[in-house]
Design a protein around this ligand. Structure first.
Ligand code: AP5
Ligand code: MG
Length: 217
């Protein structure tokens, strides 16, 4: 209770600091990075609300397309069901459109994007065209068994087909290791990579991320 109140005041102060910075320096953009089930979505929603940033999740955008059964949705549905990645150009275009359509944003939290080094390069280019960049990559570190446990638990209540089968979950984690982990080296070489312990209580992880965010502002 007390810790929560302190954390709330703390992050409230941070919000003021971020807003002050925006008046002078433009947007503040972060990546929330990590394997499937590491808590990217959960934490992004909280951070976006706390720091007045726009949360962009390519997974959510793609699921909206699938739910609406658009032409794109029908194309990507089968790929997502297998736990494979959709083509880079699809998500790069989606993200560029969202950035374009929010010119007055304080900044963005990118969740589940970039997932390949080519996506990272494209994001950097798009942001550079707006005279902005990624501030930090916040990497949620969670043990393998815990990832699987969380996703199987969610499968009991959600309608995400890629949570329903442990083999698909394992494939998502494998695809992450093969295709997405190389993105870490890309940002690490820029000094933007910050690992954060993603195990344990959601509020405690949120506090850790908020502190890390403060350190880079
Ligand atoms: P996407 O939607 O990005 O899914 P993902 O990366 O597989 O990860 P999740 O969304 O399942 O997990 P998360 O890390 O957000 O954790 P969450 O907070 O939900 O991508 C889905 C698919 O879309 C991909 O496989 C691909 O096909 C396609 N795609 C998307 N982006 C793409 C891209 N850029 N390029 C190509 N293809 C792309 O938490 C998980 C569960 O755990 C929840 O139930 C939550 O309540 C719970 N939880 C969270 N934190 C905790 C905690 N601390 N303790 C206990 N439980 C917790
Ligand atoms: Mg997610």
């Amino acid at each position: 209770m007390v810790a929560g109140a302190i954390s709330g005041r703390y992050t409230g102060l941070l919000k003021i600091r971020i807003n002050e910075q925006h008046k002078h320096k433009g947007m503040t953009n972060f990546l929330i990075f990590g394997p499937p089930g590491s808590g990217k979505g959960t934490q992004s929603v909280k951070l976006a609300s706390e720091f007045n940033l726009i949360h962009l999740s390519t997974g959510d955008m793609l699921r909206e397309e699938v739910a609406a059964q658009t032409e794109l949705g029908r194309k990507v549905e089968v790929i997502m069901k297998r736990g494979e990645l959709v083509p880079d150009e699809v998500v790069i275009q989606m993200i560029a459109e969202r950035i374009d359509s929010n010119p007055r944003a304080n900044g963005f939290i990118f969740d589940g994007f970039p997932r390949t080094v080519d996506q990272a390069r494209a994001l950097d280019k798009t942001l550079a065209e707006k005279n902005t960049s990624i501030c930090k990559m916040l990497m949620l570190e969670v043990e393998h068994e815990e990832l699987v446990r969380r996703l199987l638990l969610r499968a009991e209540v959600s309608d995400r087909p890629d949570d329903k089968d442990v083999n698909i979950i394992e494939n998502r984690i494998k695809v992450y290791k093969e295709k997405t982990e190389p993105v870490i080296a890309y940002y690490r070489s820029d000094g933007k990579y910050l690992p954060v312990n993603g195990m344990g209580d959601i509020e405690k992880i949120f506090s850790r991320l908020s502190e890390t965010l403060a350190a880079c502002i």
